[in-house]
Design a protein around this ligand. Structure first.
Ligand code: ADP
Length: 201
């Protein structure tokens, strides 16, 4: 039996937080976020998919950034154009490699999300899509990563005004989607009633 998973949305301070199953390269949000590496040289997973779909312009811009400022540190974020993608911008950030949990992985992962959201707000963007940063080749356990990802988005929205009215988590497989969904429900259970409304859309 084929099951259809509907995206789930929750609204925090008028910004919609959406989790959906899909391919981030097909999103038409203002920006999509790339789970890049410190050299911004492309690679496997979502990074490879973004460079393949976006074309060589993105890599050229990445090389220019690296030649100007050196390697991108874990937890930081920079922006390039979206090349051939529907999204006009790609925000490249570097998540941590999972090393057991005692090497500041959680704060580095939170920083990757926070810096990307800050950059999008500085650029006056209205919508942004994230993949599940660090949970592929970098080995971060999905349940722990989902908690950091969603809590960082919620606290970003609660901390300061933002131009963003949509933050989308685009999850590539059902297991990751289901984990994010469970974590989102747990977070919603702890919101005061008036702060959110949940919809399947
Ligand atoms: P990292 O090196 O940060 O772990 P990966 O690209 O290896 O990054 O994996 C991060 C997540 O992105 C994984 O859950 C992987 O399944 C997912 N992913 C891979 N390709 C895509 C894609 N086209 N769209 C959305 N997510 C993707």
């Amino acid at each position: 039996m084929k099951m259809t998973i509907l995206p789930t949305a929750t609204t925090t301070n008028r910004t919609k937080l959406i989790i959906t199953l899909g391919d981030i390269t097909r999103q038409d949000t203002d920006a999509i976020v790339n789970a890049a590496n410190t050299g911004l040289m492309g690679g496997g997973g979502v990074d490879g998919a973004i460079h393949r779909a976006g074309g060589s312009t993105i890599l050229r811009e990445c090389q220019q950034i690296i030649s100007q400022r050196g390697y991108l540190r874990t937890g930081q974020a920079v922006v390039t154009s979206g090349g051939n993608l529907k999204a006009r911008h790609v925000i490249h950030t570097v998540g941590p490699i999972w090393q057991g949990g005692n090497k500041e992985e959680a704060s580095l992962l939170a920083s990757a999300y926070h810096e990307s959201l800050k950059l999008a707000t500085t650029m006056n963007l209205h919508s942004i899509s994230f993949p599940s940063i660090s949970t592929g080749a970098y080995g971060y356990p999905v349940d722990k990563a989902a908690e950091v990802a969603l809590k960082t988005a919620v606290s970003f929205l609660n901390e300061a005004p933002t131009t963003l009215n949509e933050i989308v988590f685009v999850l590539f497989d059902t297991k990751t989607y289901n984990t994010y969904s469970t974590v989102l429900k747990d977070i919603q259970a702890n919101f005061p009633e008036e702060d959110y409304d949940e919809t399947d859309c």
